[in-house]
Design a protein around this ligand. Structure first.
Ligand code: DX5
Ligand code: ZN
Length: 226
């Protein structure tokens, strides 16, 4: 299976969003990664369902929606109705005593709506936090930066979570794809794929480049099996 490439529009020019999305779609991006931030779970504030609805009308690509918000359950319907293809959230958003209940309820609502599901794992969070939910997830998103901002440096120590996660999934006869988010660029992509990643999220490496399509093509070539 080839590795999927998911440009994150966090680093796109929002005054030219339609062109930016058409550009990465034309260059062969597999999906669009949407970073939703609430200035509470993370220090930064980005966009919500309104913008996602607008983006839905701009592209046929799957919309991979990464909720970095404190109350994903409260806002879930709005994100589902906006046209997200996959929705992911952070277990770190919940207090320990309500984590299992809130996470399960979100997964159940997404399952019922037929949406793809993922959980994102912060750099300081042990990967086994997701083990209780593995059979209900399409993928796990391993954060290789502390969420909140684009253009940070990849924390390579986080990559060891990938083989551990894959072993656990295999032991249980499950197939769970692993995405990697944060600091993925032409220098780091090979290492990330060698660790077992199935999807690369790349924001600044694509949108801050002078020639974004060339970056997507080069990324693709760098991570494709020969
Ligand atoms: C970080 C976001 C990432 C971000 C990645 O909080 O979740 O998706 O856009 O940006 P780069 O690729 O620039 O590290
Ligand atoms: Zn993200």
């Amino acid at each position: 299976m080839s590795v999927l490439i998911a440009p994150s529009i966090l680093s796109a020019d929002f005054a030219r969003l339609a062109e930016e999305i058409a550009m990465v779609e034309g260059a062969g991006a597999d999906l669009i990664h949407l970073d939703v931030m609430d200035a509470h779970f993370v220090p930064n504030l980005t966009f919500g369902p309104m913008i996602i609805r607008a983006i839905r009308s701009l592209t046929e690509l799957p919309l991979n929606t990464h909720l970095m918000i404190t109350d994903p359950d409260t806002h879930l319907d709005a994100f589902m109705e906006a046209g997200a293809t996959a929705i992911g959230f952070h277990l770190e958003a919940f207090h320990e005593e309500e984590r299992a209940r809130r996470a399960s309820a979100i997964l159940e609502r997404l399952e019922q709506a037929g949406l793809e599901r993922f959980i994102a794992v912060n750099p300081d969070t042990p990967v086994d936090w997701v083990y209780p939910y593995l059979d209900r997830l399409d993928s796990v998103l391993i954060m290789t930066v502390h969420p909140g901002f684009g253009a940070q440096t990849l924390i390579a120590d986080c990559l060891e979570k990938i083989p551990r996660l894959k072993r656990e999934a295999e032991r249980r006869g499950l197939s769970v794809a692993v995405g990697v988010d944060g600091g993925v660029n032409l220098d780091t992509a090979k290492e990330v794929v060698a660790a077992g990643a199935d999807m690369l999220v790349a924001g600044s490496a694509v949108f801050h480049a002078p020639d974004p399509p060339a970056v997507i093509h080069t990324l693709r070539a760098a991570v494709s099996p020969v």
